[in-house]
Write a protein that binds this ligand. Structure first.
Ligand code: ZN
Length: 306
């Protein structure tokens, strides 16, 4: 495990390949989702399957795999009466990622997913800080190589709070944000669109938001957990407004609690073509989020040979 080779790849204009979905891949392997913590409980209840998903992504060529901690946020676990298990769930998730890397004997970095899942914005920003700090602390102490702030689905204020909480740590920090198109104005916004029925949650203007984040963040910014069509547009906006590294890992499908549903028949070649167009526009980190499985990640590493 190390971050150095990732840094070298980025400095030498190589692509860095991220893994894909965890929840939907676990379900394919028979893991049961939790009604509150979605796939967050699987690190403890189905550890072998979580490790196997990591191993499959490493086999498929991922340079970076991400801990199954997206749903194990302190604020969410406290809310569901699981406070005493916060450390255990996060620790176990890091352990499984480490084991998968160790077993592979390959050079792979482990990213700790710190998320805003269940961040209950109504409590106010100050109430969110302890949870972000706690998860960042546990994951970095357990030895992840980098932190991904999966601020997806969050308002700009929350994103900024997460960034502020991560400033003190010594390992690299990547920032993931989601975006949607505001149907009324056709503007690209920070926000998300997770379900079939509800209208998209639309927050601040994406361009303005990226400018705000760039004042306190210099690591990669990734357009994540957003529709594929929106991702291409968002990359151009990110590239125009941010001089740092840009990445992308979109989703395919929708969330129907506690399952991620996808009836897409997007082929690996189709996905590869999309990713190629993003790379042409300056994206250097590519992978997949919910609904993007091992079969779609596998062809991406071929892009480094072109
Ligand atoms: Zn996702």
């Amino acid at each position: 495990m190390s971050y150095k080779f990732i840094e070298e790849k980025l400095n030498n204009n190589k692509l860095v390949i991220l893994d894909g979905a965890m929840g939907s891949e676990l379900e394919k392997k028979g893991a049961l989702m939790d009604k509150n913590l979605w796939c967050g409980t699987c690190s403890v209840e189905f550890p072998e399957l979580v490790k196997k998903v990591h191993e499959d992504y490493i086999e498929a060529g991922a340079d970076v795999i991400t801990t199954n901690t997206y749903a194990c946020t302190p604020i969410s676990m406290k809310n569901y009466g699981m406070e005493s298990l916060i450390k255990k769930f996060n620790q176990k998730s890091v352990e499984l990622g480490k084991k998968a890397i160790e077993n592979s004997k390959k050079k792979v970095a482990l990213a700790g997913s710190v998320s805003a899942s269940g961040s209950f914005f109504r409590y106010g920003i100050e109430a969110l800080k302890p949870g972000f700090n706690e998860q960042i602390k546990i994951l970095s102490e357990e030895g992840v190589d980098l932190i991904i702030l999966e601020a997806m689905s969050s308002q700009a204020d929350i994103v900024e709070t997460m960034l502020e909480c991560s400033i003190k740590i010594k390992i690299p920090v990547w920032l993931s944000i989601s975006c949607v198109i505001d149907k009324k104005t056709d503007n690209l916004m920070l926000g998300y669109n997770d379900t079939l029925d509800d209208p998209p949650e639309v927050y601040e203007d994406l361009e303005k938001s990226i400018k705000r984040f760039s004042k306190i963040h210099s690591g990669p910014i990734l357009i994540a957990h957003s529709d594929i069509d929106v991702t291409g547009r968002a990359i151009k906006v990110a590239k125009k407004n941010y001089t740092g590294t840009i990445g992308a890992y979109p989703n395919i499908g929708f969330y129907e609690k506690p399952h991620w549903r996808s009836d897409s028949n997007l082929s690996p070649q189709d996905y590869l073509n999309e990713v190629k167009s993003w790379v042409k526009n300056g994206t250097q980190i590519v992978g997949g989020c919910c609904g993007v499985g091992v079969n779609l990640i596998k062809p991406l590493s071929s892009l480094n040979n072109e």
